[in-house]
Ligand binder design. Structure first.
Ligand code: TYM
Length: 328
């Protein structure tokens, strides 16, 4: 039995990448583990957000968490900003970090590139993420490959703190799936599928209609070779579709390449689209039943209370170790 923690930002509807790389594992890991899942709204405001939009996205994400199978009887589901310990330990983690190590984060470099006024929160985002994880004495963190560097920093900060002030934090391990950790853009398969891609054909959102999913996969960039085999280097588009196909059907890549030998991209893409639709449809149906239900608020209220009970103990221990407040 392990303590699991992970979070998703409430910025638009989660993508197929979010689902296959992380969220489907959130649901699976509930079996035999103690899971805590978070809507990380304080992370979302590291870049400007429209208040009405983020409010809507928080509710939608809560419904989606339940729709993918997060069971509030077994797991804790809550909103980050409703448990103030996150911002409090986030500050302590900022004071544990150095500018150099934060400036080296590739996500910071990517997101700040070309910006004239870089929000300071973009730089201090990883110590807040470390706080999210460390507050719950987390052992395992299911995430996609893009969070690997943030996870390494989290471990470094925890270790540094523990060495200097005494053993307060558990060192967490990332749980990065062997397939699906980096679902690529359908339009430019050498870059990550992302919520914020300006090309609407690049990204499948978990609530996309059947028609849109079929259209996007049909238009996915492949190559001129017309052979269905797995090669991330020279055939990134086909390989990405094979990853998606395999994850949505449970069939191995080898089984799929054998089954599609000699077949054209048209038939292959149609079957990939069908598999994605079949995966997302039951989630979308549950989502429609849940969205707007009063039960959602009750689940989030209870989640925040339970999360606070755990988080406050770690925060207190960290403050006591540092000698701040009247902790002793
Ligand atoms: P976020 O909201 O960007 O993404 C949520 C999860 O989805 C994964 N992911 C992907 N996986 C595979 N292929 C993709 N194309 C893809 N795009 C996104 C992400 O790796 C992530 O696991 N910093 C985090 C949120 C966070 C967090 C935390 C996560 C804040 N505190 C504590 C874990 C623990 C983020 O921006 O995720």
């Amino acid at each position: 039995m392990s303590r699991i923690f992970s979070g998703v930002q409430p910025t638009s509807i989660p993508t197929l990448g979010n689902y296959l790389g992380a969220m489907r594992n959130f649901a699976a890991l509930q079996e035999g583990n103690e899971c805590i899942y978070c809507i990380v709204d304080e992370h979302a405001i590291t870049v400007p957000q429209d208040p009405a939009e983020i409010q809507k996205n928080i509710h939608n994400l809560a419904a989606l968490y339940l729709a993918i199978g997060i069971d509030p009887k077994r797991s804790i589901l809550f909103i980050q900003s409703e448990v103030p310990c996150h911002a409090q330990l986030g500050w302590i983690m900022q004071c544990t970090s150095t500018m150099g190590e934060l400036e080296r984060m590739t996500q910071f470099k990517d997101k700040s590139k070309g910006k004239q006024a870089i929000p300071a929160g973009l730089l201090t985002y990883p110590p807040l993420m470390a706080a999210d994880i460390l507050l719950y004495q987390t052992e395992l963190v299911p995430v996609g490959a893009d969070q690997k560097q943030h996870m390494e920093l989290t471990r470094d900060l925890a270790e540094r703190f523990n060495k200097k002030y005494g053993e307060v934090f558990t060192l967490p391990e990332p749980y990065i799936p062997p397939v699906g950790a980096r679902i690529m853009s359908l339009a430019e398969p050498t870059k990550k599928m992302s919520k914020s891609d300006s090309n609407r054909k690049a990204t499948i959102f978990t609530l996309d209609s059947e028609k849109d999913i079929i259209k996007k996969i049909k238009a996915a960039t492949t190559d001129t070779e017309a052979s269905i085999r797995y090669d991330r280097e020279s055939k990134p588009g086909v390989s990405n579709l094979l990853d998606i196909f395999s994850l949505c059907t449970g069939r191995s890549i080898d089984e799929l390449t054998t089954a599609y030998e000699g077949k054209g991209y048209g038939a292959f893409k149609a079957d990939v689209a069908e598999a994605v639709v079949a995966t997302l449809k039951p989630i979308q149906e549950r989502y429609q039943q849940l969205i707007g239900s009063p039960e959602l608020d009750q689940i989030l209220d209870e989640g925040a209370e339970k999360a606070y009970e755990i988080a406050k103990k770690t925060l207190k221990a960290a403050e006591k170790a540092l000698g701040i407040g009247r902790a002793n």
